[in-house]
Design a protein around this ligand. Structure first.
Ligand SMILES: Cc1cc2nc3c(=O)[nH]c(=O)nc-3n(C[C@H](O)[C@H](O)[C@H](O)COP(=O)(O)OP(=O)(O)OC[C@H]3O[C@@H](n4cnc5c(N)ncnc54)[C@H](O)[C@@H]3O)c2cc1C
Length: 510
């Protein structure tokens, strides 16, 4: 071990950075994770389809093919240990037109070469059996495909890494990185901190090329490519039995617009694929939204306008410019002539699926240069449960309420989230500090009313029970202040004075 404060500094707490930090915590290393946002998983890792890909879409021998198949196979054990929701519901890649059929045969062969298990071409009757009401000429069925909670997985990796000794510095934005002669790396942050580490793992997603360039590497570039989604109401839970994808078109930057059930019972429609100029341009556009609705009605003819409850977007960190399109393989490489720097650039889909395998690979790369000694205290299991309180049998819930009455107070009616779960989300050692962080940990605000009912209740609980000041409530970032303070108002009806919290943007007070 060197004299530097850290052995490994991981830049970026997305699913990749957190998976790597957790994997490295199996060894006796001093590890720090730097994340510019106030929570883990606030980048691309919380803005995707949440699909566990099988691995037939990728060129044989590529990192994407190898790491996806391996990651898919590892995911069962990872999710069991980390108490993350996943479900292998299988996937149909459906040819609607005869011209798509040759691509399906190609994908079948490619999948076999990549080692994807149990691939099967199925005809129209079997398609209907697997997904009632779905028309198609031929489909590739992959039972190893599935769904997973993307933010659930990211938070779980991070919490387990923290439990195993990893330090997380959230709200810490790397803005300089320089080589210390023959020893390691010096990192500066916008917040004024400076730290030194023998290894740096650049897992900064959309900013990974920028950081690699800052460190002295050449030849990296990211071309952001946005994918927009609609979220459908849970009323439709159960109508999709499996994942339904179109046959991908050559040079398409994505896999085509599809309908995806989530582990929490919603359905996602999307994603689109449009290059954008800013890396974090997560805007949703009217024309894209209209196009998604048209596509959705092809697969799910019965959906109503009122079933669309929300939209969101995520941005792919593409290495291919718009004029080239298509996809390039992941770059996971030690920087040439710059020992101790591992760059992960262009980790677009299937990055979520590949995350445990990528983490394993990075640990091997570091292990080639540093003698890795086992951390005998490493505990692979995360505390808690993948089953939510509202899903437990009545007698179990009754018993828990008797022991801890906060279980008995429902805060979010749509998602059945209790006061106990809200407090647990903020009291956790890697506790949520924003409304979005609470939402990802508990699902409060993710239901049909989108927080209309529960937000004032969450505010009351945290001001009364944890002493949060109204001005400290943030939606997601340091800039997204929710309230500007308290005001005293006189009710025109009763003439009584009320102490209210004022909404920062001048909207309705609590
Ligand atoms: C539309 C879409 C759909 C997708 N669907 C799937 C899917 O179904 N299945 C699948 O397997 N994969 C999917 N993916 C891919 C998957 O989401 C990504 O591969 C994965 O989330 C990448 O994780 P990451 O940790 O590399 O990046 P991120 O999650 O973006 O994390 C990078 C982190 O680095 C931080 N950071 C950046 N710069 C700095 C800095 N200077 N200092 C400190 N921190 C910094 C960021 O704030 C961010 O939190 C999809 C992606 C998109 C966009």
């Amino acid at each position: 071990m060197s004299n530097l404060a850290y052995d490994v500094a991981v830049i970026g707490a997305g699913v990749i950075g957190c998976a790597i930090a957790r994997e490295l915590s199996r060894y006796r290393l001093r590890i720090v994770v730097l994340e510019k946002e106030l929570d883990v998983g606030f980048g691309t890792s919380s803005r995707n389809s949440g699909v566990l890909h099988a691995g037939f879409n990728y060129t044989p021998g590529s990192l994407r093919a190898r790491l996806c198949v391996r990651g898919n196979a590892m995911m069962e054990a990872v999710c069991r240990d980390l108490k993350v929701r996943m479900n292998r519901i299988g996937k149909l890649t459906v040819a609607m037109d005869p011209e798509d059929v040759p691509t399906l045969y190609h994908l079948l062969e490619q999948g076999k070469e990549n080692g994807v298990p149990d691939l099967e071409l199925v005809g129209s009757d079997r398609i209907k059996q697997l997904q009632p009401g779905l028309d198609g000429i031929l489909a590739l069925y992959t039972p190893s495909s599935g769904i997973i909670s993307p933010y659930g997985l990211t938070i779980a990796y991070a919490e387990n890494a923290l439990d195993n000794g990893v330090e997380f510095r959230l709200g810490t934005h790397l803005d300089s990185i320089t080589r210390i002669d023959g020893q390691g790396w010096s990192i500066g942050t916008k917040e004024g901190a400076r730290l030194a580490s023998t290894f740096v793992v650049n897992a900064a997603g959309l900013f990974s090329a920028e950081i690699a360039t800052m460190a002295g590497c050449t030849g990296y570039a990211i071309f952001p490519c946005r994918g927009e989604y609609h979220v459908l109401d849970k009323r439709l839970d159960g109508i999709l039995k499996t994942l339904v994808y179109p046959v991908p078109k050559k040079d398409d930057p994505g896999l085509g617009i599809h309908v995806t059930p989530t582990v929490d019972g919603n359905i996602l429609v999307g994603p689109s694929a449009e290059y954008c100029s800013l890396p974090e341009d997560n805007a949703c556009n009217r024309d894209v939204m209209d196009r998604l609705r048209q596509e959705a009605s092809r697969y799910l003819p019965g959906i109503k306008v009122s079933d669309y409850i929300r939209s969101f977007a995520g941005v792919r960190p593409k290495q291919t410019p718009p004029q080239v399109g298509g996809n390039k393989d992941f770059t996971i490489a030690e920087a040439e002539g710059l020992p101790g720097l591992v760059n992960l650039v262009g980790i677009e889909s299937p990055g979520l699926t590949s995350s445990p395998a990528i983490a394993e690979m990075v640990a091997v790369m570091i292990g080639r240069q540093l003698k890795l000694k086992k951390n005998h205290h490493f505990n692979p299991e995360r505390r808690g449960s993948a089953v939510r309180f509202c899903e437990l049998p009545l007698h179990v819930r009754t018993g828990m309420i008797a022991k801890a009455p906060n279980h008995g107070e429902v805060v979010c009616r749509c998602e059945g989230v209790t006061k106990h779960e809200i407090l647990e989300a903020v009291d956790n050692p890697l506790g949520a500090r924003t409304i979005a962080g609470i939402k990802y940990r508990t699902r409060a605000g993710m239901g049909r009313c989108q927080g209309g009912f529960c937000l004032p209740r969450i505010v009351r609980i945290l001001t009364e029970e944890r002493g949060w000041q109204p001005e400290s409530f943030l939606e997601r970032s340091k800039q997204s202040v929710l309230f500007s303070g308290r005001v005293r108002e006189t009710s025109p009806q009763s003439g009584l004075e009320h102490n209210r919290i004022r909404v920062a943007n001048g909207g309705m007070p609590e």
